[in-house]
Design a protein around this ligand. Structure first.
Ligand code: ADP
Ligand code: MG
Length: 581
């Protein structure tokens, strides 16, 4: 007797279903895709028990002719493509013709539909892979799909399902992805009879706010890049808005939500200069590309893709996002018009701090009422002079932490340390890139105790240290002397800098310190080298800092993603004092 035999049709379907229908959320995804492909403008999703008990998706799309109802459940049956050529330029979300077949093989499904313009509707049932016959039914134009008792016939799979709450969470995530992808469509989500979300059609920014919340919406910056064959649009969260997880990163390619390593990498790189540490950025981005330039048929779940020219896509996305993030201090506030909030108009820089409005108002109101003793007053610069310098001219230093300046719009507040840190970082980067790190010999070398490993590291990696502008020599088996530092760091504590450097080299190795770890290391050095709070600066020193900020890219954010300065316009101040009311 032969040992190789064909599997029964029902088992084949169940095996295939495993790839498409992993959990209730995958059913929700496939049904939503079908509704969007049918041109629906209003889609309702209703779940019971996290979708395990029931998933119902109702749309007002084009519907299915009653003669076609049974065919919709057939495996590899689709109305969306007919040839290889179609597949290569597919624009619909579905095209494999296997979602309904897969779902029907592991659940009890009812499909009711009325095609646009048809006199009546029909319904059909399918259960465990056997398809019933179409019968007349009551149903407005559009389609309703009901999926009951998922995995009722495959108990092993059913066991893998998590709690109702977890499964609902996954369904909600699929819902959010879909909602973000189509601002023009109305969506409703119900769970166990309660409305969980009701989202009206709106513009893309409104939709992002509805789906991801007001805080993100306030921080985000628009992205709009047109590279001819490639287009990128959407929103990126400012570096001041970060999250502990990657949960708010949405990327779409031709309207399809994707998980793609290449795109994720391009975005990580774009944020690298403004975001350090363990935090993750948030973004909603839509890449449009000629369908021939991307293969969506990589996996049955259609969430993975392959680009024909990955390098071009990477570069395009990286530059578009980096550009939007690096709007320099001089441009940022003027470029973005901000709507009034609760009667006050506040600049984007203000909003990025994530502070409530009441807080800064109270804070700055108190500041002017008291005029603290630490504030040394300088003569106000000529008015026309302030117009030429976007960040204006220094007035005073506040409590050794903030610099106050006057520009043509009003008051500028600068976090001295954060701003200086950003400037040093950018300068260190370009000096290292052009191998032109100016060093300064220390008149009196800074010596410090070190362990044997540090001493050995300093000796072994002298050339790396030199490249970074440092000269560190062993003066005993337990002591090191810093004899030179980068000129721009001449005023910093040389031994603190050297220790930080040696720690990095020990931990990551000299070559990684100069490559993948480079920006982090330079950020670290810049932080140590930047003016400490409570250091008194003279007015010319402050003005020099302001001028350097204007020249430095990305000076609106410090290396840790915090904002470095705020603009308070005269109008803002007038409001504080209720002038002109
Ligand atoms: P695919 O989406 O890959 O074509 P499916 O199994 O998901 O495969 O659906 C099979 C067919 O059923 C679709 O090609 C479409 O013609 C029809 N269909 C499914 N859902 C809907 C819907 N909500 N509205 C209109 N037609 C639908
Ligand atoms: Mg489909």
């Amino acid at each position: 007797m032969s040992t190789i035999r064909l599997l029964p049709e029902a088992l084949i379907s169940q095996i295939a279903a495993g790839e498409v229908v992993e959990r209730p959320a995958s059913v929700v995804k496939e049904l939503l895709e079908n509704s969007l492909d049918a041109g629906a403008t209003d889609i309702g999703v209703a779940l019971a028990e996290g979708g395990i008990k029931q998933i119902r998706v109702v749309d007002n799309g084009a519907g299915i002719a009653s003669d076609d109802l049974a065919m919709a459940f057939a495996r590899h049956a689709t109305s969306k493509i007919a040839s290889l050529d179609d597949l290569e330029q597919v624009r619909s979300l579905g095209f494999r013709g296997e979602a309904l077949a897969s779902i029907a093989s592991v659940a009890r499904v009812k499909l009711a539909s009325r095609a646009a313009g048809a006199a009546r509707a029909s319904a059909i049932g399918a259960e465990g892979g056997s398809i019933g016959t179409a019968e007349p039914a009551a149903q407005p134009e559009g389609t309703a799909v009901e999926v009951n008792d998922l995995y009722y016939n495959t108990p092993a799979r059913r066991k893998f399902l998590k709690s109702e709450t977890t499964e609902f969470g996954h369904c909600e995530e699929v819902f959010t992805r879909t909602v973000l992808s189509r601002p023009d469509v109305a969506f409703t989500l119900r769970h166990n009879g309660r409305v969980a979300a009701r989202i009206a059609p709106g513009d893309p920014a409104k939709r992002v706010e509805a789906a991801l919340g007001e805080e993100f919406a306030r921080s985000m910056r628009p992205v709009a890049a047109d590279g001819g064959v490639l287009k990128l649009s959407g929103f990126v969260g400012s570096p001041a808005y970060t999250r502990a997880t990657r949960d708010a990163q949405y990327v779409y390619v031709n309207g399809r939500f994707v998980r793609d390593k290449l795109l994720a990498h391009a975005l990580r790189e774009a944020y690298r200069d403004v975001l350090h540490g363990e935090r993750h950025p948030a973004y909603v981005l839509f890449l449009e590309i000629d369908p021939r330039g991307v293969d969506v048929n990589v996996h049955p779940a259609k969430i993975e893709i392959r680009f024909r020219d990955p390098r071009a896509v990477h570069q395009f996305v990286f530059h578009a996002v980096a550009k939007s993030l690096s709007a320099s201090a001089a441009e940022a506030p003027a470029a973005i018009a901000t709507p009034a909030v609760e009667g006050h108009s506040i600049t984007p820089q203000f909003r990025q701090a994530g502070l409530g409005l009441a807080q800064p108002v109270a804070k700055y109101a108190a500041m002017f009422a008291e005029r603290p003793p630490g504030a040394a007053l300088a003569p106000a610069p000529a008015k026309d002079g302030a117009a030429g310098a976007p960040l204006g001219y220094a007035l005073a230093q506040l409590h050794g932490i903030y610099l106050l300046a006057q520009n043509s719009e009003g008051l500028v507040l600068v976090d001295m340390h954060a701003a200086h840190e950003r400037i040093l970082y950018e300068k260190l980067k370009s000096a290292l890139d052009s191998r032109a790190m100016n060093t300064q010999k220390l008149l009196i070398p800074a010596t410090f105790h070190a362990d044997r490993v540090d001493v050995a590291t300093a000796e072994e990696h002298g050339s790396t240290l030199n490249l970074l502008g440092f000269d560190v020599a062993a003066i005993s088996p337990f002591a090191l002397a810093v004899r030179a530092v980068p000129a721009m760091l001449a005023e910093a504590d040389a031994s603190v800098l050297a220790r930080a450097l040696l720690r990095d080299i020990r931990e990551y190795g000299a070559s990684r310190v100069l490559t993948e770890r480079r920006d982090e290391l330079l950020g670290n050095i810049a932080c140590h080298g930047a003016v400490r709070a409570h250091r008194a600066l003279t007015i010319p020193e402050m003005n020099a800092l302001l001028r350097e900020m204007e020249e430095t890219e990305r000076s609106g954010q410090c290396n840790h993603g915090r904002p470095t300065w705020f603009q308070m316009s005269l109008a803002d101040l007038d409001k504080l004092f209720m002038r002109g009311r």
